[in-house]
Design a protein around this ligand. Structure first.
Ligand SMILES: NC(=O)c1ccc[n+]([C@@H]2O[C@H](COP(=O)([O-])OP(=O)(O)OC[C@H]3O[C@@H](n4cnc5c(N)ncnc54)[C@H](O)[C@@H]3O)[C@@H](O)[C@H]2O)c1
Ligand SMILES: Cc1cc2nc3c(=O)[nH]c(=O)nc-3n(C[C@H](O)[C@H](O)[C@H](O)COP(=O)(O)O)c2cc1C
Ligand code: SF4
Length: 436
């Protein structure tokens, strides 16, 4: 296990102040970066193999390299919306070490040639916003922000913007609309923000953790950073563990660590007498995995090969005291509530899914309804403007496929409770309708 980088002595008192942060070597990476050319900084980011920590895992250096070169208004936006259920790592980082994020942002903006930057923080993160505001004042006073930073010729403003509590404003283009003062609706991609983003200008958008990793890359060098982790998944990763475990919380791991060691070792495993039924490896939008998948390494490729994803690094553990139907219904209600309504498959699909799961819950469904639920998910996936629809459809499909027996048993028992008796055998016509 590599030493911790982002969470190294994260609980040290006063780390949120510039004094303690600098005493521990903070802002030395910025000084080093400003002695390099922007191209050299970019090369370090490319060499590092760092992949975006917000969920999609896009190579950070590559994204920076996509921004056009030359004099024009370019922007850097930090995505601090962190709304994926089960994800709470950025919150701890911003609260306890806000200067790490600010330093990373100044370096990333230098590499990208961006002079105006923003942190878009979710509205509920009031304490974290206060910590960041205080840190920004300190950084400006120290000359790390503003005109001609440390005599480098690079100038940069950094503004903190608070959201108003909408999951969709974490989607990068919805976020940009919201930052521009509009309703946070996703835009069609391409064009990607790297080409046309905030105020139509080239915009680098990265997650809090991605940007906070940048000072460590500059300190170690990109090639050294790339030695951490496993192939295609370089570095360390902050993970949030929640659900039915003994020690929920945030942990920093080296990518590739065995999933069992994370859940049983770090988080203490399920409560005494309980067994893990399934787990979400990358937030509520990731397809669920079963206990036999615990032997897999926790990295981008292993999770993808298992049919799921690393996502935001949020592991949610569900034990055998829970019903898969209840979990599915809770999840579907969340996505229905957060759908912006712009595209039909997502707006109607999330609504239909909730209604059908509610029927199962209320004892008013038959096993054939499971085929309809699965078919609705198929019609959402890949057919929407952004991936919010898929974010419900992917885990829902995996739950119905992997726990079909439990769904069917639930349907029978709920019908009994409701006094409806056993479900009738479906007619061939009904089956054909379900498959259509
Ligand atoms: N952290 C959270 O709280 C949270 C919440 C919800 C969802 N998510 C995650 O969000 C993920 C989906 O994000 P997304 O829809 O932005 O994914 P995406 O694949 O569309 O994009 C990922 C990033 O790469 C960039 N990109 C991709 N292709 C590009 C290209 N050709 N040129 C330039 N830039 C390019 C995008 O602009 C974006 O910044 C999900 O997998 C989920 O895990 C995270
Ligand atoms: C519905 C939805 C919500 C999202 N919410 C967040 C979020 O809260 N934080 C985040 O970093 N990325 C979120 N993303 C992913 C962003 O669109 C984008 O991929 C990310 O900010 C890019 O940063 P990264 O490359 O550093 O991961 C969300 C995506 C979707 C589709
Ligand atoms: S997929 Fe859903 S949240 Fe995304 S744009 Fe369409 S309706 Fe809005």
């Amino acid at each position: 296990m590599a030493d911790k980088l982002l969470f190294d002595r994260i609980d040290e008192p006063g780390l949120d102040t510039i004094e303690v942060y600098q005493r521990r070597g903070g802002y030395e990476s910025l000084k080093r970066a400003l002695r390099m050319t922007p191209e050299e900084v970019l090369q370090n980011l490319l060499d590092s193999g760092l992949r975006g920590r917000g969920g999609a895992g896009f190579a950070m250096g590559k994204k920076v390299s996509f921004l056009p070169r030359g004099a024009m208004d370019k922007y850097l936006v930090c995505n601090a919306d962190e709304s994926e259920p089960g994800t709470f790592k950025d919150r701890e980082l911003m609260q306890k070490s806000p200067h790490m994020l600010i330093e990373g942002m100044i370096i990333a903006a230098y590499a990208a040639g961006a002079n105006r930057s923003f942190i878009y923080i979710r509205g509920e993160y009031e304490l974290q916003a206060m910590k960041l505001e205080a840190a920004l004042i300190e950084a400006r006073q120290a000359g790390f922000l503003g005109e001609d930073i440390l005599g480098s010729g690079h100038s940069q403003t950094l503004v903190l913007h608070r959201g108003a509590g909408a999951y969709i404003c974490g989607e990068e283009t919805g976020l940009l609309d919201s930052l521009e003062g509009k309703r946070g609706n996703p835009r069609l991609k391409p064009p990607f923000p790297a080409n046309q983003g905030l105020y139509q200008g080239p915009t680098l958008i990265n997650n809090v953790e991605t940007l906070a990793t940048v000072p460590h890359i500059i300190k170690m060098s990109g090639t050294e950073y790339a030695k951490l982790g496993v192939e295609n998944s370089a570095g360390t990763k902050l993970i949030s563990i929640s659900g039915n475990v003994q020690r929920p919380g945030n942990y920093e791991i080296e990518l590739g660590m065995k999933s069992r060691d994370i859940i049983y070792g770090l988080a203490g495993g399920p409560l005494p007498g309980r067994e893990i039924k399934f787990w979400f490896p990358g937030g509520s939008s990731s397809p669920v995995l079963k206990p036999e998948d615990l032997e897999l390494g926790y990295d981008f490729d292993s999770m993808a090969k298992a049919g799921s994803m690393l996502g935001s690094g949020a592991i949610i553990v569900v034990d055998d005291s829970n019903s898969v139907v209840d979990v599915a219904l809770t999840l579907a209600k969340f996505y229905r509530h957060e759908s912006c309504g712009k595209c039909t498959p997502c707006r109607e699909g999330t609504n239909w899914t909730v209604k059908m799961l509610q029927r199962i819950h209320d004892g008013d469904a038959t096993p054939m309804d499971l085929d309809i639920i699965a078919s609705v998910q198929d019609q959402i996936m890949g057919n929407c403007l952004c991936v919010l629809g898929d974010a419900m459809a992917m885990p829902l499909s995996s739950m119905v496929a992997k726990f079909r027996d439990e769904f069917e048993q639930y349907i029978e028992e709920a019908r009994e409770r409701a006094g409806l008796g056993a479900a009738p055998d479906p007619s061939p016509i009904e089956i054909a309708g379900a498959a259509a």
